[in-house]
Design a protein around this ligand. Structure first.
Ligand SMILES: [Cu+2]
Length: 384
């Protein structure tokens, strides 16, 4: 009989080895690259091993009993009720296990909420469907928008390596520095989720949630919005690049304070109509297409059509002013904060020309072409 028990024990120990191998594999939770992500990983593994241990004991006894006391061997069931000793044991043991798991979990939770002594503050705002990063101490601020092209999304071009996980401007952070994250949203609830940084924090309009990262391994960390936030929820990825302090300092130096990647200083050089159209199409696909669609038909009733729109095809200044300031309280954002004069001029030229709109514009004796200086003029005029 004893060799059977031995075999059983052997079986379960080897099962445990398989599980350990699993822990190292890609199927498991990533260790990540921050102090917190490592703590969370260790907590997860501790819970995992406790579960394995319980599994081995429970299934060991179960399978052993099934074999040892099988009917063909003439086993007779015992008849007894309410054994106080057994009840106390099977209440106490799970209770102790739960307490043993709750203590480290509470400690880690405390660490997650402790944003004290951070050397840098990064404010992150979720928008439909992009992220805004503001380095409060450095005065740097920019939007980070999906950079995968529409052609790739529509299967007209080969998909890139980081398809749907790439952005135009990644958030750059220094390694070995405690960075406080202030996470909020502008419209609906989003969630800033980067598994390898150990952060999944809801971004809620009107609230600021705090979290922090201390990246130990340099590299590029990718994530996504973790809260269903509407049509293009899957198209607002997160890319964080962790670099040594010196490289970060250089990056800061290269960016003017303010809206760093979309300078608000007007780019006044006139462009040819063709150049404006080409740039406008690209910028439209990056900034407007998810709501107003490639064919300009929009998705009524949520997103109005720009094709034959009276605003788009009407007086240039009013059309520009509309796009600069958006419609507060709707998904139509104030693009004046996000795009410079040249890009707005290009987009305006494109939407006034495309989808047959140029006919409507010309009927009213307006020009389809909008130059950066026209945008600059409206921007100046709209300043209080
Ligand atoms: Cu979102």
């Amino acid at each position: 009989m004893h060799h059977r028990i031995l075999r059983l024990i052997l079986f379960f120990t080897s099962a445990l080895f398989v599980l350990t191998a699993y822990a190292e594999s890609e199927l498991n939770m990533p260790v990540g690259g921050t102090i917190l992500s490592e703590e969370i990983y260790k907590l997860h593994m501790a819970g995992f091993y406790v579960c394995c241990g319980i599994g081995v004991v429970v299934f060991g006894v179960l399978i052993y009993s099934l074999i040892r006391f099988r009917k063909s061997k003439g086993a007779q069931a015992a008849h007894f009720h309410e054994h106080l000793g057994v009840e106390i044991i099977w209440t106490t043991i799970p209770f102790l296990i739960l307490v043993a798991l709750a203590i480290p979990a509470t400690i880690v939770l405390g660490h997650i909420h402790n944003t004290d002594k951070s050397a840098l503050t990064l404010k992150i705002t979720g928008y439909q469907w992009k992220w805004k990063y503001e380095y409060l101490d450095q005065g740097i601020s920019f939007f980070s928008v999906l950079s995968t092209t529409q052609d790739q999304i529509n299967n007209k071009a080969k998909k890139s390596e980081w398809y749907l996980l790439e952005v135009d401007h990644e958030a750059v952070v220094p390694i070995n520095t405690k960075i406080k994250l202030l996470i909020t949203a502008d419209d609906v609830i989003h969630s800033w989720w980067v598994p390898a940084l150990g952060v999944k924090q809801d971004a809620i309009p009107g609230y600021i949630n705090e979290n922090w990262i201390y990246v130990t391994k340099p590299g590029t960390y990718r994530g996504q919005c973790g809260e269903l936030c509407g049509l293009n929820h899957g198209f607002m990825p997160i890319v964080v690049k962790a670099v040594p302090q010196a490289e970060f300092d250089q990056w800061v130096k290269n960016h003017h304070p303010g809206n760093s990647f979309t300078p608000l200083q007007p780019a006044l050089n006139p462009l040819t109509g063709d150049a404006l159209l080409a740039l406008g199409k690209a910028q439209y696909e990056k900034n407007c297409v998810m709501c107003h669609q490639a064919n300009g038909a929009g998705l009524p009733p949520s997103f109005p059509a720009l094709k034959k729109s009276r605003i788009v095809t009407g007086a240039p200044d009013a059309a520009i002013a509309f796009v600069l300031s958006g419609v507060p309280g709707t998904a139509m954002q104030a693009f004046g904060e996000q795009l410079d004069d040249q890009n707005i001029a290009a987009i305006m030229t494109y939407i006034r020309s495309a989808w047959g709109n140029s006919d409507l514009v010309k009927q009213q004796k307006y020009s389809t072409v909008i130059q950066p200086k026209d945008v600059a003029k409206v921007r100046q005029g709209s300043k209080p």
